[in-house]
Design a protein around this ligand. Structure first.
Ligand code: NDP
Length: 264
């Protein structure tokens, strides 16, 4: 029987995930199909999952915490960070994973000599990524616009600042984890702060994909190497596909087809 998958979120119309996964099902001759479902009320995630007879889903904004709560079993990393972006039904039990963080880690693996990382933003994505980066031994500093979201990061032992008390220093990588620049043309931090740290960074990375953000434009104006969120999207998708298909395919086998979704 054909396995049906979907992306749940609001909005979901822009998502590349259906293309990524359907190209891979076809390439690997796996009998699967992947659609999109606009879920408005996150509390109904499990009910909708079961009603639609799905084998698995990815979850995007704003439902990753609802997804976490909907699972019967969580892998240890998803449990620790409290956010799930991949669910698989195994024998009637919903298993939850977070593939954003390992996907991001792989996306920055090319920066082999990076050690000090500045994260701009303290939302859900920063939460899971800061955890995996710290596990990997990176030295993490977090700067956020508001102070509220910084509390849990401070409790986890990170160095945290708002724009008001941040003292610029030198960083190997500066990463935009805010949604600034996603649907507007704003920078993730005041220009004076960015001008003080970007010129000395080894590279600037954005998790936003599909457009050149004002942050990456500023980095380019200082001749800094840049990277957008496309590789992160691809890699989180490959790892999700491995969970969906019960680890039948290697990362490289999946990558061969999934990356075709990124050809212009
Ligand atoms: P959240 O809503 O959880 O957090 C948003 C963060 O952005 C907060 O820290 C918020 O600060 C900050 N922020 C929002 N607007 C501005 C602004 N104008 N100036 C400065 N800071 C701002 O979002 P997520 O963590 O879920 O997502 C963050 C980004 O990551 C999104 O752009 C999303 O598209 C992207 N993403 C990319 C993925 C990929 O595969 N490439 C995967 C997952 C996410 P404050 O606390 O002050 O409100």
């Amino acid at each position: 029987m054909r396995d049906i998958f979907a992306i749940f979120g609001d909005p979901v119309s822009h998502s590349k995930s259906p293309l990524m996964h359907n190209l891979t099902f076809r390439g690997l001759e796996y009998d699967g199909c992947y659609g999109r479902y606009r879920l408005i009320d996150g509390e109904r995630l499990k009910e909708k999952f079961l009603q639609l007879g799905l084998k698995g889903i990815n979850i995007t904004v704003p439902h990753k915490e609802h997804a976490y709560r909907a699972c019967d079993t969580l892998d240890p990393f998803a449990m620790r960070v409290g956010a799930v972006n991949t669910i698989v039904d195994r024998g009637g039990r919903l298993h939850g994973y977070n593939t954003d963080a390992p996907g991001f880690l792989r996306a920055i693996s090319e920066y082999t000599d990076a050690k000090d990382i500045l994260l701009l933003g303290a939302g859900g994505t920063a939460k899971s990524i800061s955890a995996i980066l710290s596990d990997e031994g990176y030295d993490i500093t977090i700067v956020n616009r508001g102070s509220e979201r910084l509390k849990s990061f401070r409790d986890d032992g990170f160095k945290v600042y708002t724009f008001d008390d941040f003292v610029p220093s030198s960083y190997d990588l500066i990463i935009n984890m805010t949604s600034a620049g996603l649907q507007d043309e704003s920078l993730p931090a005041p220009k004076e702060i960015l001008e003080a740290i970007v010129p000395s960074a080894k590279a600037c990375v954005d998790v936003i994909y599909g457009k050149e953000t004002p942050f990456l434009r500023l980095a380019k104006s200082h001749n800094r190497p840049t990277k957008d969120g496309s590789d992160m999207l691809l890699y989180q998708g490959i790892i999700a596909f491995q969970h969906f298909t019960d680890y039948r395919y290697s990362f490289e086998e999946i990558e061969r087809y999934m990356k075709r979704a990124f050809v212009d």
